[in-house]
Design a protein around this ligand. Structure first.
Ligand code: SF4
Length: 66
């Protein structure tokens, strides 16, 4: 399992700006709840899922199985 940043620098910069604006909450979600603090609960589960491969919801991170 490996987690890397999206190779698209502009996307990463935009999401990081969003995270700064929200104080660390997922910029792609409205609710400011603990499970939406980056790294969010959804992506934590995806990282733990041996069958999951892909981007997190915001596309900041990419998880590969290899
Ligand atoms: S979707 Fe990605 S950027 Fe958004 S909180 Fe989850 S891990 Fe962070």
């Amino acid at each position: 399992m490996a987690v890397t940043l999206n190779p698209d620098r502009e996307a990463v910069d935009a999401i990081r700006e969003g995270l700064k604006r929200t104080g660390g909450y997922c910029p792609c979600r409205i609710a400011r709840t603990p499970e939406n603090k980056c790294i969010c609960e959804e992506f934590r589960q995806q990282m733990n899922d041996p069958d999951f491969e892909g981007f997190c919801h915001c596309k900041l991170y990419y998880k590969s199985r290899g």
